[in-house]
Design a binder for this molecule. Structure first.
Ligand SMILES: C[S@@+](CC[C@H](N)C(=O)[O-])C[C@H]1O[C@@H](n2cnc3c(N)ncnc32)[C@H](O)[C@@H]1O
Length: 390
């Protein structure tokens, strides 16, 4: 009795915070567990899986509840008892807001949208072997000894897909000591698109918390990075990550600033613009996005991305622009608008042709940009474009 009361309470609190306050699932879960003093690891893991599924089923629950304003506690109870009979609309069955479903079926077939949304239910986990901390072969042996089942990516051999882990990744020794870093495959593909060369000077426009910056530093040991981010708190986290990952301080200059207003004396060799976005490609990490993302959010990210991209064009002749978004408003449309203002070439690096999916066919740039999807690449949903100033 006591346990189930506590469970309903925790589920309801998590659901309330991710839906009403639009907080991320992971941070909310951590806070609620702290408040409710959930101690044991086993209990936490079990509750986390339930919270993730409950949040993912939120739109479904609302469809069943109809117009009634049910409390979050009632919704949690209803979910624990089994969702009940669903209305026939596909957006209810797939538990995604109606506008987002309608937008996606304009871009992909209904069958593929279903496959895409279902693929977010599985946690797709990747690790990056961090050779700044230890040689790759040694780390691979260590992962085996730690009981991990994994496969090495054929194109990017420092990326390892986790098939099964005896414990949550953050408890693996190799993760705690930064010999491997949890990082999605798509994130590595963005950096690979940059085609870094020795001694490159790089501007990372939106760098925190530093996963891609630290990969740049690992891949090209003579590259220097100017890493900008508007959030001082996130830059603090980046500083910690870079130190732990073994990136020497002098390799990366950390700057808290709004990159839209950055001016430099000289052009740099490369710019990475991994822009703030709707995160609709990261539904697997935060299923609340299926319910809380609004069309207005997308429009405002899109505008900001164009401003950042046009600034990037002033800073370098070689730019990689990426977003973890499924929507062309944060991808193809931004590139096409930039092409209308600046003289730019867009292309997929030869080694990624055939690996990338094209952009959405409605757009002229479709054949020159890259989309990654969880159901085809086992990665987050990402848009990546490489632009060269002509
Ligand atoms: C997608 S995240 C970047 C992730 C990072 N590249 C990584 O791989 O770890 C987007 C970042 O953009 C930052 N940001 C948002 N607007 C910005 C702006 N106008 N100028 C600079 N940074 C900005 C956010 O604070 C956030 O840290």
């Amino acid at each position: 009795m006591k346990k189930s009361f506590r469970e309903v309470d925790l589920l309801a609190q998590v659901l309330y915070e991710v839906v009403e306050r639009r907080r991320s699932l992971d941070a909310t879960f951590k806070n609620v567990c702290r408040r409710m003093r959930v101690g044991s690891l086993e209990e936490r893991e079990e509750l986390y899986a339930k919270c993730r599924k409950l949040v993912s089923d939120y739109v479904k629950l609302r469809c069943v509840a109809g117009r009634g304003r049910l409390s979050y506690r009632r919704l949690a109870r209803m979910w624990l008892a089994g969702v009940g009979e669903l209305p026939a609309e596909p957006y209810c069955r797939l538990s995604v807001s109606r506008w987002l479903y309608d937008r996606l079926v304009n871009l992909l077939s209904a069958g593929e949208v279903e496959e895409l949304l279902r693929s977010f239910e599985e946690r797709l986990l990747w690790l990056r072997l961090n050779w700044l901390r230890a040689p790759e072969e040694r780390v691979l042996r260590e992962l085996e000894t730690e009981g991990l089942e994994f496969e090495v990516h054929p194109k990017i051999p420092y990326m390892v897909r986790v098939l099964r882990s005896p414990k949550p990744l953050r408890f693996l020794r190799s993760v705690k000591e930064f010999r491997v870093i949890p990082q999605d495959l798509a994130s590595a593909v963005c950096v690979e698109f940059m085609d870094l060369g020795p001694g490159d000077v790089v501007v990372d426009m939106c760098a925190a918390p530093g996963l891609k910056t630290s990969l740049i530093a690992m891949l090209e040991d003579s590259a220097k990075v100017m890493a900008f981010d508007v959030s001082a708190e996130r830059v603090r986290r980046m500083k910690y990550l870079l130190r732990k990952a073994g990136v020497q301080d002098h390799r990366v200059q950390l700057i808290v600033a709004d990159s839209r207003w950055v001016n430099l004396f000289h052009r740099v060799d490369r710019v990475l613009l991994d822009a703030p976005c709707s995160n609709s490609g990261s539904i697997g990490k935060n299923p609340a996005i299926k319910a809380t993302l609004e069309a207005g959010d997308v429009a405002s990210y899109s505008k900001q991305q164009l401003e950042l991209l046009l600034k990037s064009v002033e800073l370098s002749e070689s730019i990689v622009y990426s977003t973890c978004s499924l929507l062309p408003e944060e991808g193809e449309e931004v590139v096409e608008r930039a092409l209308g203002v600046a003289s730019l070439g867009v292309s997929i690096p030869p080694r990624f042709r055939g690996f990338c999916r094209s952009g959405y066919p409605q757009y002229g740039v479709s054949g020159s940009v890259c989309r990654l999807f969880p159901h085809t690449h086992s990665s987050e949903g990402f848009f990546i474009a490489k632009l060269e100033v002509k």
